[in-house]
Design a protein around this ligand. Sequence first.
Ligand SMILES: O=C(O)c1cc(=O)[nH]c(=O)n1[C@@H]1O[C@H](COP(=O)(O)O)[C@@H](O)[C@H]1O
Length: 234
Amino acid sequence: MNQINDPKVLIALDYASEEDAISFVSQLSPNECRLKVGKEMFTYFGPQFVKKLIDLGFDVFLDLKFHDIPNTVAKAVVAAAQMGVWMVNVHASGGPQMMSKAKDALEQFGDKAPLLIAVTVLTSMDEQELSRLGVNKSPAEQVSYLAQLAKDSGLDGVVCSAQEAQNLKNQLGTDFKLVTPGIRPEGSDAGDQKRIMTPKEAILCGSDYLVIGRPITQSENPVETLAKINESIK
Ligand SMILES: O=C(O)c1cc(=O)[nH]c(=O)n1[C@@H]1O[C@H](COP(=O)(O)O)[C@@H](O)[C@H]1O
């Protein structure tokens, strides 16, 4: 970990231009936030971009949501660890064998291994969307089920919505990390997110890390918006 503090906000850098992303990042301090690189930026700009952010002193969450056979995912998380990322994720629905094999593959990195986190039910999904997948449970029930599987497979935490955070902390204990996207400061547009909460509520419910993209990156003054969010969760 590079940080002196333990910033709770993970900014989703979903930009199609590396220049725009770097110009935004150059206004930030690693003491105020961590950065998330997801499928869009990684597909455009690859590991070199991730390394650039790490060289600037930021902890990077590589959000590629790996979901494949155990051997492939284990090799992919090793590649992420070699890149020097702070956190990496897989889909819990890849199954317990996939998750435990990925965790085992990171053992060789000792205390330099990235946190390994499992995505449960995407925050863009509600009960109706879940049932269209053939899952006839509420999002909260399915999140609880997959989070237990992730914990039993040795993972460090899960991605879930803040709406499930309180129950998961009770179920899985305080050390199991909860990373929550679908964060919307009051008055901001939900967009494609369905299971949402404000930053303050999310922290009160037990979220360890808040993933926030558009409410910061598309605001008129992203730096001020981040400062306000940080202030609200102090
Ligand atoms: O794994 C993630 O980060 C993730 C999981 C999830 O369930 N929902 C979710 O929105 N995300 C990511 O979190 C970010 C949310 O961005 P905004 O909706 O713009 O705040 C996006 O980069 C998503 O890819």
